[in-house]
Design a protein around this ligand. Structure first.
Ligand code: ZN
Length: 339
């Protein structure tokens, strides 16, 4: 009951990459970099286990960014020619690569991380990948000429990697779709269909993470414009409830999402954000348990998974560790409180 997990990313140690950055430069190259990525993955696995989390991840230590970490393994994308593009409906500018030909995977994407987790942990393990809608919102296209066609092409590649991850022993595969909170009409028109393509044939658990973004300034400014109640979830949750995706990961603590919207996810397992990633203030176990208590009015105990609001990549390492502990301690307190 109340099994804990995180949305996905964790800060990179200073010897692996620049710290406190969303697009950090690596500190090493070639074989040294590969070794450093592996070491950082092991380190965060240990930290998650010691904190007492139930479902552990690779902390996304092997990717520079949650979207481009996948794209680097895809043929048909020109990374040498990055263009400036307003992403998430022009919330902020990013330098994005260009699709110039038919898409194809160059090989395995997350095999190394998945195997490290499986070899070194007896816990359930989770690997995250960007969702098709968020991918097409984070690059430029000169080949497909149609957003939906492009999304479906990426969904097929995601599915190819997801099936291989399942064979590696991965228990949960999560797709990150922050774009779902931005293009709500498109979610219903083709976003969920693209996710269905990505999870086709999988028997392991599948999850979609939909948040209001990392705790960076552009996101905080955007949140200020959303008014006193954030109701984006209300438009997409009924469609998600009918979807084949098993779990939905969402933002809850310190956000203006009305908690009763969780009732719209009837039948789904819900990863409720009880740790704020936009604040360095570490939650107390009581605060975490209170948030779980509020969500329990709308999500049954057997389907509620205490989680972080989003990834912790740009955060200080020590704060992230303290937040992992707060998450586990808060869930333990909630288990006692809400028997
Ligand atoms: Zn997120």
């Amino acid at each position: 009951m109340l099994k804990t997990t995180i949305a996905g990313s964790l800060p990179k140690p200073g010897w692996l990459a620049e710290t406190n950055k969303l697009w950090p430069a690596w500190r090493a190259q070639g074989a040294d970099l590969e070794r450093a990525k592996r070491d950082a993955t092991l380190l965060w696995l240990k930290e998650q286990e010691d904190a007492g989390l139930d479902i552990v991840t690779d902390g996304e230590q092997s990717r520079q960014h949650f979207v481009h970490g996948f794209l680097e393994f895809v043929e048909g994308i020109d990374f040498s020619r990055k263009v400036k593009m307003g992403i998430r409906n022009n919330r902020y500018d990013a330098m994005v690569p260009v699709v110039t030909g038919p898409l194809k995977l160059k090989g395995r994407v997350h095999q190394t991380e998945a195997r490290i987790l499986r070899q070194h942990s007896r816990k359930q393990i989770k690997i995250t990948m960007p969702g098709p809608m968020t991918i097409v919102d984070t690059l430029a296209d000169e080949h497909y000429g149609d957003k939906v066609k492009l999304a479906m092409a990426f969904a097929a590649l995601l599915n190819q990697e997801a099936r291989a991850l399942e064979k590696d022993g991965v228990d949960v595969i999560q797709f990150d779709e922050p774009a779902f909170n931005v293009y709500m009409e498109d979610v219903k028109k083709w976003g969920i269909a693209a996710l269905h393509r990505a999870i086709q044939g999988l028997r392991c658990k599948t999850c979609v993470h939909i948040c209001y973004g990392y705790g960076i300034k552009a996101n905080l400014d955007w949140k200020e414009t959303l008014g006193s109640q954030w109701r984006q979830y209300e438009e997409i949750f009924p469609a998600l409830a009918k979807s084949k995706v098993k779990q939905v990961s969402l933002e809850c603590i310190h956000s203006k999402v009305p908690v009763d919207l969780l009732a719209l996810l009837k039948g789904k397992e819900v990863l409720v954000g009880v740790i704020d990633v936009a604040s360095d203030k570490v939650e107390t176990p009581a605060e975490v348990a209170d948030t779980i208590g509020r969500a329990l009015k709308f999500v049954p105990k057997s389907k509620l998974f205490p989680c972080t609001n989003c990834g912790m990549a740009p955060m200080d390492r020590e704060i992230a560790i303290a937040k992992l502990k707060a998450l586990a301690a808060g869930a333990a307190l909630a288990r006692k409180r809400y028997r």
